[in-house]
Design a protein around this ligand. Structure first.
Ligand code: CA
Length: 230
């Protein structure tokens, strides 16, 4: 599974811990919050691909927070899966009315959870039907989170993987640092533009080991371009 940031909002430590573990094992990048206030803070500092949201939370309820998010242009497109306790049938209906993308009744199996998450990501267009991007001798496997040159697998971090994913989807185009920030890191993340240079440098260093550092080109005074052509 590709590098998806998933925010887990659940006040019960044991359940939250279990969810974090299951998501980690499935290859997602989970973040945790015990209430809506903390979740909101996290949403403001980094981009998320999906929210797993407990219906009953202390303070602002999961339902209320979901309703607020669905009204905000910046956040309304983040898919939400509501987690409800057994017997809260009415909540499910209300949850879907609010705009939640799916709901699950506790307890559920890890397998079911992962399947639902993938289905929601797919529906929301975050996972395209495409599993691999192949460019020349480069293959980026989105499901397996793997980047290979020929039959050699490259050791890239999640951020570099995301960067490569973006580059391989948009070869031969020049992007400014600001555009890369928006497209790869998400608009709600605050990082400095020079951080991009650091990641580009690291990526080049890895590519260099395979004699392919020319793939990521600096366009002076503008930004970067990924190209198989020198
Ligand atoms: Ca709860």
């Amino acid at each position: 599974m590709s590098n998806f940031n998933i925010l887990v909002v659940e006040d019960e430590d044991a359940i939250r811990g279990m969810l974090m573990m299951v998501l980690n094992q499935a290859g997602f990048t989970p973040f945790e919050a015990a209430d809506a206030e903390d979740a909101q803070k996290q949403l403001d500092t980094r981009s998320h691909d999906l929210i797993l949201l407990d219906w009953m939370l202390p303070g602002i309820s999961g339902a209320e927070w979901a309703r607020r998010l669905k009204k905000e242009p910046v956040y309304k497109d983040i898919p939400i899966i509501l987690l409800t306790a057994r017997g809260e049938e009415e909540d499910k209906v209300r949850g879907l009315e609010i705009g939640a993308d799916d709901y699950m009744t506790k307890p559920f199996s890890p397998k079911e959870l992962i399947a639902r998450i993938r289905a929601v990501l797919r529906r929301s267009g975050k996972i395209q039907g495409q599993v691999q991007i192949i460019l020349g001798d480069l293959t980026l496997d989105i499901e397996q989170h793997r980047l290979t040159i020929g039959d050699q697998q490259l050791d890239v971090s999640p951020t570099e993987f995301r960067l490569m994913h973006f580059f391989m989807m948009h070869p031969d185009k020049v992007y400014t640092r600001t555009q890369l920030l928006d497209q790869v890191w998400g608009r709600s993340v605050y990082i400095e533009e020079r951080t991009i240079d650091v990641h580009i440098r690291r990526l080049r260093k890895i590519l260099e080991e395979y004699g392919r550092e020319e793939l990521v080109q600096t366009v002076r005074g503008f930004g970067y371009r990924f190209s198989l052509v020198d």
